[in-house]
Design a protein around this ligand. Sequence first.
Ligand code: ASP
Length: 305
Amino acid sequence: MSWALAIHGGAGGMTREHLPRATDTGARAALAEALRAGETVLAAGGAALDAVEAAVKVLEDDPHFNAGRGAALSYEGVAELDAAIMHGATRAAGAVAGVTATRHPVTLARTVMEHSPHVLLGGAGAEAFALEHGIEPATQDWLVLPERREQLAIMRAAKGGAFDVEMKFGTVGAVARDVHGHLAAATSTGGVTGKRWGRIGDSPLIGAGTYADDRACAVSATGSGEYFIRTACGHEIAARIRLGGEDAATATRGVLAEIVAMGGTGGIIVMPRAGAPIWSLATKGMYRGRISDGTPVEVAIYADE
Ligand code: ASP
């Protein structure tokens, strides 16, 4: 089986006219680095699960994206991080929500999957679990960047809805297929700017923003999370493929169209059981990239790329 990897760094209103040159260049470099991290695993015959974790870790550390360092802030100005990971061969899954002191939430999610009887841990409990398992910590000083404070201030002043000021959803995610034919998906995020009351988005919810099933596909989503939860986006795409007989591209487009019809927006990356990785976006842009065995790195931001 040929290996393949796709990643995203969030969808939103990015256009050539408005995105600063330095942001364009910096985001593309970070995406390429994340692809290389996953490629190193997959090209050596490693597991899809290791590849998605490696790629997401690079993006969590990169301040261009809304995950780990540089995450969107809650209404109170706190980086509350959500992440999930899923193994398509066994449908084992792990996730965390609302963690505030972890450098790599995706690694914490994987530890939940591998070293606890549970799937999703939240808040203080997830932090206690992280401590017990020696997961690398991070301070809020390190996670929170001045740009995100500014975004929050604008949003609070405008008394707007709980969505990113410029609708730049910067969640990160990866989907992979390894040479053994196994699939995996991972997603990591700070959620949406100005989120309140312990709001949890689609990213850490298995079957919504993150899903993997070797019988169908692996999915990672970004966008207005509430809609991805209501459509059970990841599971719905997999079900359309597995039970409805749709090809992966048709299933992905179909579910995104439903999300848009309901009033949501965003983008999705999908790894089918065979063939090239797929992406679909309803926004002007989505930070994204893909690479397959024998196909060079492809990185894109704008919808027309
Ligand atoms: N989907 C994420 C959430 O709702 C936001 C994003 O994609 O940036 O938490």
